[in-house]
Design a protein around this ligand. Sequence first.
Ligand code: S3P
Length: 433
Amino acid sequence: MKPETKRTVRPARNVRGSVELPGDKSISHRYAMLAGIAEGPSRLENYSTGADCASTLGCMRALGVPWERKDNVIEVQGRGLALAAPASALDCGNSGSTMRMLSGIVAGQRFTSEMIGDESLSRRPMERVIKPLTAMGARIDSQQGKPPLRITGGALKPIDYKMPVASAQVKSCLLFAALFAEGESRIEEPLRTRDHGEVALRTFGVHLDRRSTGPGSEVRIRGGQRLRGVEARIPGDLSSAAFFLCAAGLFPGSQLTIPNLLMNPTRARLLDILMQMGLRISITQLDEVHGELVGSLQIEGAGLKGTTIAGADSAALIDEIPVLAAIAPFTEKGIEVRDAKELRVKESDRISAVAQNLRRMGAQVEEFEDGLKIPGGQTLHGAELDSFSDHRIAMAFAVAALRADGETVIRGAEAAAISYPAFFETLERLTER
Ligand code: S3P
């Protein structure tokens, strides 16, 4: 285990500059997995620098997929749908995405794999993939629905499945598993979640049909399709950019440029919400790369009003809610979050973590089972905070600390490396004191 790192964040006067983000975490995971089961080589440029995406690459290597990293490019030698039996357990580290999505691929293999994770991942719910994969014919042992998972795969049956939880990880898991089933599968999600799995499958040459069902969507996919390797550049991670966007929102007069950022509509709700709250964002050089929208952002800070996030927005903003909540005390009217109980089963219980850290900074916060209510117009003081070993909590409170009176210390700041190792240095470079 890495030693605990404390980071001190001093109050800032402004945020200014330009920042290009490492490749999107959600897309990086999916490209690495699909490149492994594709035929021929793939070249993945601007692959995520985060430890989670390295966990996915480690698992692919253990499954017999050779790859090499040259700076920010990963070259993968795909081996087709049949992977090799791993000699030891597949270590997913802190990454729920790795365990949930890769379980769909190993469920289609004619061998047994064990998937393990760190302390946080070992507490996270896996029934959401165990149940449908078992219905498709895989045999899965778990610790009462939690990791480690022991998966014995083989020939799978197609599935017609309406997911009870809106989860893009589960959707991708089942679409990947469906590749190994004979016949057509249908996966329905109750609310629209990120569609990188669908987009990536098409990029690797898979045919699928997608249809909107109103608030959600349905995907049909036939098994036995062969994937072909790709050369692709991964757009900058929008969920990592969220920290800088919110930091800019704290300071009227801030100016930020973010080139080559992912703009996929299933991910970009944050931009609408911040604009409704008063942040000025203009988007140029909008382009589509391998089915994913990419653009350059110019951001200008102005006082933020406040908002309510509920219903479909809570699913769409699930990774950005911690930082929105952390800056809520500095908005005019505050922020209320509801219908977000999924936050309780992320890398940490993010509702409780946000409430505890805000209170340590002297904020007034109301906590609900499914969300938070944080009044606006508050003054916060610097304090000693905890990352709760959660990357998004570490980064969210580094942002809030910019507007506190006095210094803030973040314990467990090394957690940021799970998705964004250069975060603290980049934040420091962009802030004026
Ligand atoms: C992700 C989906 C979301 C998100 C996670 C990445 C993905 O999780 O929180 O950071 O890449 O599909 P859920 O599917 O559990 O909502």
